[in-house]
Design a protein around this ligand. Structure first.
Ligand code: PRX
Length: 643
């Protein structure tokens, strides 16, 4: 554990909204008197058509948790309309394409017009409040327009990351019973094309309830066309009315569904409701990034993930910010790309993932030194633990030692940032996610739910509801209860291991369930195993994560072949390709180890703890293996690992 403390730069400390003095007071208020605290935040950050009657009801036992009860609001109105008086000509979305010579802007007024038009397109196609719309788009301005247009008419968007395969897309469309799909002819990333429309066509073979597909022309390539079903985005937009009154949504009405991987089973449709999520996204964006009017803000996350929802779209637009949307990747055309964009647009706040920092660090300082990065004030990271080495490089080389780093811990389920430093208030410890955000009560506990001593690793739980918390798993309240509230009753189980030091700083160790974080992407071992097991030659498989310097973790698969089938390299290639095809290219298997057998307990459960140790090459102390049905299996696995 690194304990070097970095004090807050004096200049920032004086301008920060949250400072050393008021953090403790505000945090205490948020815990001691949550209703008063959240009522103030909700009035400050959101414009309500009619106010709520009760701030919050329900708890982690009843699980019918509601925020700002009976309050009426609209997300697109809050992200756009209410800013028009003051900032209609300010840029809302600053877009840079994969090709550095391609860029565009949308002012708040232009965004308003596009969103109203597109909301009318949806209405004309019969989309109503509560209908689910699937958005399968790359990082182009139309993705923001589509999301906001859905919210304008009360439709629930379900954004599917554009690298997902046709099978992953159809599974998500079917689970949410989506009525319409919005996609593009192709996506472009790192100079490579992604055939989105073809993928969508393939996915829709299994989805009869999708009656229309709206296609954005991104590259103009020739694509297959279904006359009865497919519509061009630009043509539909031209014919739509310009005015669209925002739907008055109840605070508890669903805002969006976003699929994420869990330890077992198929991906979960995390459902967020309107009022609580929006208050939390706006407030965390303001306080964690010390956002000031006029700042140019850039979060590099893809909108297909929660970070893109909360901190590329909702948080910044709710605060009337200029948010940068980047279609490309950090290494194209060169490793200087991020920093060139920072200089070009004078970015003030920059938020990215440790995996990107590590990958760029590896390429050396020369790419960074070509740029000035003078505009930067605050740096952020999210998605996985950042090792102190990468932290130091980010702080020293990227931020020139004058930008605090906010290492923000949170999850798809939490809606917004939960544990984080506050720039201007928190002395920083490289590698620690620092302090709880307002209203958040985290605790580290043992298997029985008892608090562990400071400095000891345990399970990270959250003791009380906060407004950003998911509403449920779409269509599966039972799974919601069992996943998050069963193991430590009355608390929200995060699935992460963590410890807290004597000064109250939290340190995240990583997942302690069967979720693997690969380059910040969340992948469930169960999903991977189901795909591997579907191969004709595979009898059984077990997948774990193994540490990797750049990606954080790699996918390490133990595979048992059917009898009579000989392991060979061609088969390895096939299995790697199968995962790529069935899930998407972000799910790349790092290692396949052939296993004569998998280590199972007498009751038939795979002993994953053991497999993790073998994958991590920790072969000397494998712990207690006495409950294994056949302890000899371990020797074979260890022998194979040593080869
Ligand atoms: O393991 C934690 C890790 O990412 C998980 C949540 O993944 P996802 O729902 O995809 O959301 C990622 C973006 C919010 C967590 O359970 N994680 C997230 N942020 C951090 C982190 N691990 C360590 N440090 C972080 N700052």
């Amino acid at each position: 554990m690194e304990n070097k403390i970095r004090e807050v730069p004096a200049q920032l400390a004086s301008s920060a909204y949250i400072n050393k003095e008021n953090y403790q007071t505000l945090y205490k208020q948020s815990i001691d008197n949550p209703d008063l605290f959240w009522a103030e935040q909700a009035s400050q950050f959101i414009t309500w058509f009619s106010p709520w009657k009760t701030v919050q009801s329900g708890d982690f036992k009843t699980l019918d948790i509601r925020w700002f009860i009976d309050g009426k609001l609209n997300a697109s109105y809050n992200c756009i309309d209410r800013h028009l008086k003051e900032r209609k000509d300010q840029i809302a979305i600053l877009w840079q394409g994969d090709n550095p010579n391609e860029s565009s802007t949308l002012t708040y007024q232009q965004l308003y017009e596009k969103v109203c038009h597109f909301a009318n397109v949806l209405k004309n196609l019969g989309i109503k409040k509560g209908d689910r719309i699937c958005i399968y788009l790359p990082m182009i301005p139309e993705i923001a327009i589509a999301m906001l247009a859905c919210t304008r008419i009360g439709a629930i968007h379900s954004v599917v990351f554009s690298a997902f395969s046709p099978d992953s897309l159809s599974a998500r469309i079917l689970d949410a019973d989506c009525r319409l799909l919005i996609t593009a002819d192709e996506g472009v990333r790192g100079g490579k094309k992604n055939p989105l429309k073809s993928h969508a066509d393939k996915a829709l073979e299994k989805c009869p309830n999708v009656k229309h597909v709206i296609v954005v022309k991104r590259t103009g390539t020739a694509i297959p066309w279904n006359q009865k079903r497919d519509l061009w985005y630009h043509e539909e937009l031209e014919n739509a009315d310009a005015e669209c009154t925002p739907e008055k949504m109840d605070s508890d009405d669903p805002l969006f569904i976003l699929y994420t991987s869990g330890s077992t089973g198929s991906p979960k449709g995390i459902l967020h409701s309107t009022g609580g999520y929006l208050v939390y996204a706006a407030m965390t964006h303001k306080f964690v990034f010390n956002y000031q009017p006029g700042d140019i803000y850039w979060c590099t996350a893809d909108i297909g993930w929660i970070t893109g929802h909360s901190y590329v779209i909702y948080g910044p637009l709710l605060n009337g910010a200029t948010t940068l949307l980047f279609e490309g990747v950090p290494h194209y055309p060169t490793f200087a790309r991020f920093w060139e964009i920072v200089d070009q647009y004078k970015v003030n706040i920059f938020y990215t993932a440790p995996t990107a920092i590590r990958a760029l660090h590896k390429e050396g300082d020369q790419w960074v030194k070509k740029t000035s990065r003078k505009s930067l004030k605050i740096l952020g990271t999210v998605g996985e633990p950042i090792n102190p080495d990468a932290w130091e490089w980010y702080y020293r080389v990227i931020g020139n030692e004058h930008c605090p780093i906010v290492d923000t811990w949170w999850q798809t389920e939490t809606g917004g940032i939960m544990i984080t430093p506050f720039p201007g208030a928190t002395p920083l410890k490289p590698g620690s996610v620092s302090w709880p955000f307002f209203g958040v009560l985290p605790l580290v506990v043992d298997e029985q739910g008892n608090p562990v001593e400071d400095g000891k690793v345990g399970k990270l739980i959250i003791k009380k509801p906060w407004p950003g918390l998911m509403k449920t798993i779409y269509g599966d309240q039972q799974r919601f209860k069992e996943t998050y509230f069963k193991e430590i009753p009355g608390n929200y189980l995060t699935g992460d291991g963590a410890d807290r030091d004597k000064e109250g700083y939290f340190w995240i160790v990583g997942r302690n369930d069967d979720v693997i974080k690969v380059s910040g992407h969340r992948i469930g071992s169960g999903e991977l195993e189901a795909v591997l097991n579907s191969h004709a030659s595979v009898a059984e498989s077990a997948v774990v994560g193994a540490p990797d310097e750049i990606k954080g973790n790699i996918i390490y698969a133990f595979v048992t072949l059917k009898s009579g089938i000989q392991p060979n390299d061609q088969l390895k290639k096939e299995l790697i390709q199968l995962i790529k095809d069935e899930i998407g290219p972000h799910a790349i298997i790092g290692t396949i180890q052939w296993a004569k057998d998998l280590p199972k307990t007498r009751s038939g459960k795979i002993m994953r703890r053991l497999l993790r140790k073998i994958a991590c090459n920790e072969l000397t102390d494998l712990g207690d293996t006495s409950t294994l049905a056949d302890p000899g299996v371990v020797d074979d696995l260890v022998g194979e690992r040593k080869k």
